[in-house]
Write a protein that binds this ligand. Structure first.
Ligand SMILES: *[C@@H]1O[C@H](CO)[C@@H](O)[C@H](O)[C@H]1NC(C)=O
Ligand SMILES: *[C@@H]1O[C@H](CO)[C@@H](O)[C@H](O)[C@H]1NC(C)=O
Ligand SMILES: [Zn+2]
Length: 570
């Protein structure tokens, strides 16, 4: 696929890429008496927009009279587990079927209502060749020659009982049904989610944990009615500390399949049910060959230019894509307290899978629909607003989670580079938070995450190569010769290399040991290594330490080299 080649040609981030927990390795640092490594990391999500042949558009769903009345219009997601999930080791199967998916779907069903509920979903069959036809006055699509032997949704073969009858046009011009009649379909559902655990080529090549997308859109409103989520079996972790991260990954992925995808922008509708992008031949929006996507109108996404301060008192023009649908604009303005903000910026980095499919990481760092998992992921009002602005859902905003990052920071924060922000704050002798400007050094200088719930470290670091000019932000840094300044930036590329404090995890010989989240009891250090007399648990918070501790029991009598903050009972 096109997308893939482009992604491969553009090397990106480090380590394990992806959708996405757990965090992994970067620098090796010696800690205390035993060697271990501390790594703050982010792994980006490659939401691959499905290509034309993989998606069936305009699937005609029959009126269904036995439909159970869906009184409150709660979104009903019907999960179908593929055989591959049943074949997993019992621990992993249990995790997926009894915990991850039920919890993720329960959250989404509580959060979203659907505007046009469907009764029974029967999927349209794929064609043997990707050639299909439509007849005037007939809502079905016909395959030229023959239907495919199997209809797939992503990597999953759709069960026969979910399929409509095959319809074909033969070479003699005669069109009609062929083979088995319409099957029973999936009743009382608004969305069918096929969940698989297949070791696909993508799992191996991209080192992904999970990926998901839509595969069929209904005809009336273009709403996705079927999609898939594949978990790469080797990457599923049953470790308790990783559950929260896996759960938000699953929610994130399903949200891509339900609506947040650059492949769906051109299909969004307004509140009256009219498409936001004009339709042309056979009711489709125009296709943009260079993007490989249906081209959205400027009622959905628009371009803007930011005046962008960089190193050496220079300013560049920085082009951005903004999501500009009404509720997103309103929520973004409120969140940042910037009444002139035109829309919410979309990710501009990370390759075809990440850019445009996520919120800009620099601006919404730990929002769950940014392109990577760094820490403390939350689904905010802005993501709920986007889901409403698709025209397909209504959202219950009391299900939104509180997002602290960027809140009330104003237009200077949301419309300028982080250099502008850091410089202004320094001039006024104020904290540069939520950014930071302390070098990742040995020993680590520890601090606290913005919400005080985890120990954190500033991710400012030296890169092996100069950063692109538009991401060079520092005119000076303590102890760094000026000719080296172009090499310094935050470790997270998709945050435009802006440095910020990040939680991290400890690794020993590549094995995950513990994270720096104060509220997780399992993170309590071994008594012999508890240099800072820390206490982890549900009520603990991160506090700044006044001085370094000395670890007396340690044979070499080293003082604990990393200090600055720790977790204590609040
Ligand atoms: C296709 O997308 C590219 C990149 O955004 C844009 O420059 C171009 O104008 C688009 N083409 C059409 C026909 O809209
Ligand atoms: C919205 O969610 C809250 C919290 O879960 C719940 O109490 C409330 O009943 C929901 N409102 C609607 C209209 O579903
Ligand atoms: Zn994603």
């Amino acid at each position: 696929m096109e997308t893939r080649r482009k992604m491969a040609a553009k090397p990106r981030s480090r380590g394990r890429v992806l959708c996405w927990w757990p965090p992994l390795s970067a620098a090796l640092l010696l800690l205390g008496c035993s060697p271990a490594s501390a790594a703050a990391s982010s792994s980006s999500c490659q939401h691959r927009v499905p290509s034309g042949g993989e998606v069936v558009y305009k699937v005609y769903l029959k009126e269904n009279h036995v439909l159970k009345r869906n009184v409150d219009q709660k979104l009903r997601i019907k999960t179908i587990y593929d055989r591959s999930v049943e074949d997993l080791l019992p621990e992993k199967r249990h995790l997926i079927k009894n915990k991850l998916f039920p919890q993720a779907i329960s959250y989404l069903e509580k959060t979203f209502q659907v505007r046009n509920p469907t009764g029974t979903i029967s999927l349209s069959r794929q064609c043997a060749t990707n050639q299909y036809l439509r007849k005037e006055g007939d809502p079905h699509r016909y395959c030229r020659g023959a239907c495919a032997e199997h209809t797939r949704c992503g990597p999953v073969v759709v069960p026969e009982e979910h399929l409509q009858q095959c319809r074909v046009c033969r070479d003699n011009g005669h069109c009609g049904p062929a083979g088995l009649p319409d099957q029973e379909g999936v009743r009382d559902a608004d969305f069918v989610l096929y969940v698989s655990a297949l070791t696909t080529e993508r799992c191996g090549q991209e080192n992904i944990i999970a990926y998901a997308a839509y595969c069929q859109l209904e005809a009336e409103m273009d709403r996705p009615v079927a999609g898939y989520a594949n978990l790469c079996p080797n990457m599923i972790s049953t470790q308790a500390q990783e559950f929260i991260g896996m759960l938000s990954t699953v929610k994130h992925e399903i949200i891509h399949a339900l609506g947040f995808s650059a492949g769906l922008f051109a299909f969004y509708h307004d509140d009256d049910g009219n498409p936001l992008t004009a339709r042309y031949a056979e009711g489709f929006p125009p296709f943009n060959d260079s993007l490989g996507l249906y081209q959205w109108s400027n009622k959905v996404v628009d371009k803007a230019v930011r005046l962008w301060d960089i190193r050496g008192n220079k300013m560049l023009r920085h082009d951005v894509f903004l999501l500009i649908t009404p509720r997103v604009v309103e929520e973004a303005r409120k969140h940042f307290d910037c009444p002139i903000l035109e829309g919410m910026e979309l990710e501009n980095q990370g390759g075809m899978g990440t850019e445009l499919n996520h919120w800009e990481k620099r601006l919404l760092e730990n929002e769950a629909m940014t392109g990577s998992h760094t820490q403390n992921r939350v689904f905010s009002r802005i993501t709920l607003a986007l889901m409403e602005d698709t025209g397909w859902y209504k959202a219950n905003y009391s299900m939104a989670e509180k997002l602290d990052w960027g809140r009330d920071k104003g237009c200077d924060f949301v419309m300028k580079s982080c250099k502008f922000w850091i410089d202004r704050k320094k001039e006024k002798r104020q904290l540069v938070s939520p950014y930071c400007d302390t070098l990742r050094s040995n020993p680590l200088q520890l601090t606290c995450r913005q919400d005080q719930k985890a120990v954190a470290v500033c991710n400012l670091q030296k890169f092996p190569k100069e950063l692109p000019q538009e991401y060079q932000y520092f005119d000076s840094l303590n102890g760094v010769p000026s000719e080296d300044l172009p090499y310094y930036g935050g470790s997270v590329e998709i945050a435009d290399y802006c440095p910020f404090s990040q939680e991290f995890s400890w690794h020993l010989s590549g094995e995950f040991q513990r994270s720096s989240d104060c509220r997780i009891m399992e993170n309590q250090p071994d008594p012999l290594k508890n240099y800072g007399a820390e206490k982890y648990g549900p009520n603990s918070v991160c506090l700044i330490q006044k001085s370094a501790f000395v670890m007396a029991q340690c044979r070499k009598k080293l003082s604990y080299p990393d200090w600055g903050s720790g977790c204590y009972q609040g």
